[in-house]
Design a protein around this ligand. Structure first.
Ligand SMILES: Nc1ncnc2c1ncn2[C@@H]1O[C@H](COP(=O)(O)OP(=O)(O)O)[C@@H](O)[C@H]1O
Ligand SMILES: [Mg+2]
Length: 372
């Protein structure tokens, strides 16, 4: 659980400090009061990025030189602190902005040593994009979940994206064989680590996902997931290298890397058919897509808890009022039955969520935070 959160120059917060209890925390306030910003900050502590996909400079309070987020958290009877600071030295005009991580006061910690220390699952209206949007969104979901669980996966991703960038620069510059071969080795090495983790994940995630879909839809929907792509032929480092090699002429013409884990696809589809035209995003109703999105996050919660043996913190942004009666009841059941730990909710007013409060306060203490 997050015990304390301190914000400096983060969006609308010049300086703010919050102390949270374990249990359910309702953050209320008008539009623009800064509710989502609090969840965004906790998200950054957890997975180092904005779940709103904002860049650091957009989150920097207008005209401030730096922002800082610091959280003290408790896990398995231990307390630690994580801090993230971003900005530039105001004394040096041309200085680039830098981002620094600290753990227990030690500045300069590697990102891979910070990510996932605080495990979270975010539920937001944007989750629909994972189901209904393109494969980039779905890869992002996969990468985030696996990065929180496995720092080595996160490191491999960083490595992979550096190599990918180098390769596209090289492809544009018509490089010699040796240069491309060296970059390919980097790319394949990191890519294989990522591919293997994803391959292990997909079948393991199938059951929690199917369970959650059945639960939220009242057993009416049945969706499966599948991982597809050119990497299907890859079973070893040599295979990965030969995939890159086979594509090289094509890649040189297009000046980009056209095969690899950054192009693989994750499908959510009906029954056991895997053809593109049976995807939820094609055939699902609005309500079914919303059910699938909610189920996806409930499954993420179950999966992460089983894997890490700690209960992730839930960050629930604005979705309470969006759910229809059936899904809301199922969702309350889930929150009431799963031994949830700390849960943050944002909502403009509590009136619409009285049923939540009524049913949940029997099992979890409730803290209200009102923003003005
Ligand atoms: N970089 C920034 N500097 C200062 N204020 C910002 C910045 N980014 C956003 N804001 C403001 O911060 C407020 C917080 O927004 P948000 O957390 O999304 O509100 P809520 O979720 O309560 O509707 C908004 O009023 C927004 O205009
Ligand atoms: Mg908001």
């Amino acid at each position: 659980m997050i015990k304390n959160l301190n914000l400096v120059n983060f969006r609308n917060y010049q300086k703010a400090a919050y102390t949270f209890s374990n249990g359910l925390i309702f953050i209320t306030g008008d539009n623009g009061a800064g509710k989502t910003t609090i969840l965004e900050a906790i998200g950054i502590v957890s997975f180092l990025k904005s779940f709103r996909l904002a860049h650091d400079k957009e989150m920097l309070r207008f005209d401030a030189p730096f922002y800082r987020i610091e959280a003290e958290y408790a896990s398995l009877n231990e307390s630690h602190s994580v801090a993230i600071a971003y900005g530039k030295n105001p004394e040096v005009t041309a200085a680039p902005a830098v981002k620094k991580y600290s753990f227990d006061g030690r500045v300069g910690e590697k990102a891979a040593n910070i990510i996932g220390k605080v495990a979270t699952v975010v539920l937001s209206p944007d989750d629909m994009n994972i189901i209904a949007g393109d494969h980039t969104e779905r890869r992002r979901f996969l990468d985030l979940l696996l990065s929180m669980l496995y720092p080595a996966y996160f490191s491999a991703l960083q490595h992979y994206h550096r190599a990918l960038k180098l390769r596209s620069q090289a492809l544009k510059a018509r490089p010699d064989e040796g240069v491309l071969a060296a970059i390919d080795r980097e790319l394949a090495g990191a890519g294989l680590i990522i591919l293997e983790r994803r391959r292990e994940f997909i079948p393991e995630f199938a059951t929690p996902f199917a369970d959650a879909v059945a639960k939220i839809s009242g057993a009416r929907d049945e969706w499966c997931l599948a991982y597809r792509g050119d990497t299907e032929r890859v079973a070893s480092l040599d295979d990965y290298l030969s995939l890159l090699k086979d594509r090289r002429a094509n890649d040189l013409r297009l000046k980009q890397t056209t095969a690899g884990i950054h192009r693989d696809r994750l499908y959510f589809h009906a029954g056991d058919g895997t053809s593109d035209n049976r995807e939820i995003r094609m055939i699902g109703s609005q309500g079914q897509k919303r059910t699938a999105a909610l189920a996806l996050k409930m499954a993420q919660f179950a999966y992460m808890r089983a894997r890490s043996q700690t209960t992730p913190i839930l960050l629930i942004d604005d979705i309470l009022n969006e759910l229809d009666v059936l899904r809301r009841a199922q969702f309350i059941d889930f929150l009431g039955s799963a031994a949830i730990g700390q849960v943050f909710f944002t909502t403009t007013d509590l009136i619409g969520v009285q049923d939540f409060l009524g049913r949940l306060e029997k099992t979890s203490p409730i803290q209200n935070i009102e923003l003005f």
